[in-house]
Design a protein around this ligand. Structure first.
Ligand code: ADP
Ligand code: MG
Length: 185
């Protein structure tokens, strides 16, 4: 098996958003055949209506980087399972969500299947994805668009607000690796 670098986007816009994000990151850090390689800071972001209907609530968003042997389809099922365990409403998936987990990049693989498209088809249009991604790997090249994360960020039209959550929550998982600038320096 060949371990691949995978970026997973997470978002929550209902309930205790910090706690849902924290739990999702923890569950991702515990996956077998995988290693947590990085976690972005948390961003507070205006809901964008680009296809789904998440409601009025602002999101907390971030990105996790893992190194994993779990195959893409299995990983998608795992993410669905985590969403379920964190109470995501399966009957109204496009509405407000306790947690949404999306595979952004799976190494440099390109996947086009009915239930799984990788790279995620809207990531290059979303500042709330590109900003945390750029903390983790600004020079990662999108395998289809052939642009780095930072280039896509410079070119994105999305004007919706994306701001660092302040203060950042102190995590229960003090040993987990975090990335990005320290806020107090
Ligand atoms: P969204 O995240 O777009 O708001 P959902 O979380 O309800 O909406 O996802 C809708 C469907 O998107 C899921 O059923 C899943 O099969 C599919 N999907 C396609 N590509 C991906 C991907 N890269 N990551 C996660 N889900 C994906
Ligand atoms: Mg999703």
């Amino acid at each position: 098996m060949s371990r691949e670098t995978v970026f997973i986007g997470f978002g929550s816009n209902v309930g205790d958003r910090v706690d849902f994000c924290d739990r999702a990151v923890t569950l991702l850090s515990l996956l077998p055949h995988s290693q947590l390689a990085g976690v972005s800071l948390l961003y507070e972001t205006e809901p964008v209506n680009d296809g789904s209907n998440p409601g009025e609530g602002w999101f907390l968003n971030g990105v996790v980087q893992i190194e994993t042997d779990i195959a893409p389809k299995s990983l998608l099922s795992v993410l669905r399972e985590i969403e379920r365990s964190l109470g995501r409403d399966q009957d109204n998936r496009s509405g407000p969500r306790t947690i949404d987990l999306d595979i952004l990049f799976y190494g440099r693989r390109v996947i086009n299947e009915p239930d799984l498209v990788v790279p995620h088809p809207r990531l290059h249009q979303r500042r709330f994805v590109l900003m945390p991604l750029s903390e983790l790997d600004p020079l990662f090249v999108h395998p289809v668009r052939q642009r780095t994360v930072n280039q896509m960020l410079a070119e994105v039209d999305d004007r919706s607000e994306v701001r660092l959550l302040f203060p950042q929550p102190s995590t229960r998982y003090g040993s987990r690796p975090t990335c990005g600038p320290r806020l107090d320096s």
